[in-house]
Design a protein. Sequence first.
Length: 278
Amino acid sequence: MKKRLLTNLALLVLLLSLAGFIWLQSEQEVLPKQRLVNIDIKAINRIRIERLPMDTIELSKHQQHWTLSAPIKVNALAGKVELLLKISQITPPVSYPLDEASIQRFGLQAPIARISFNDTELLIGKTENVNSRRYISTGNQLFLVDDTFLHHLTAPLSAYIDNRLLPDDVQITDLTTPSIQLQQAEDHSWRNLLKPKQELSADAVQILFDEWRFARAISVKTIVDTEQGETINLQFNKQESMHFSLIKKADTVLLINNDKQLAYSFSHQKYQQMTSLK
């Protein structure tokens, strides 16, 4: 009798477990191929990141080139944009219907951050306790994904700024630094007006210009107030120009673009290469 009772109890537990499994499967929609954002990555041309109390970031693509459009207008760091775009392509293992209780429970009523790809917005909520996966919602869907990307959304503004000193495809025609003032004569030869007797080859000048064209700063930071130092001027082929203030510190050299309120940091060795005619 006791053996039969134990057998019946075991069968009851098995049936309850099976019923629970079936219920979970009915609540859970398996999405092996659906991405967080149902937009082809090549078609995304606008990204917006809201993360209070920090600045809202807006990026836009024009002719395959990404720029920051807010809170400042400057070239965007390509590597950072690629990481943001990868977020849109995350394939969540499961999806749940989003209801009012979930919005409150999982921190989606006041999300940590919001990121929009074109017109599709993702709300970034809390993490769950078991696998530390993060809740994300879009439209009427709730997703759980591995928490590997939040730091890209909450990074300081400087992390989104291109660390190249000069824009693409510029042709330098004149360069003036505290130690160099290059000028091209009518016969296309070059002179350093600060050292008139110095003999210069066209190759040496182009190598120096390339140091500036391809220069990448160690870091780029926004500044609130303008800073004045020795002046560096560059002229380009389209009659455009850029001006920097040079400030030398113990461990770095700063080239400050006061118009854009950006400070580019270089090593002393790199700056030496940018101001040496060989």
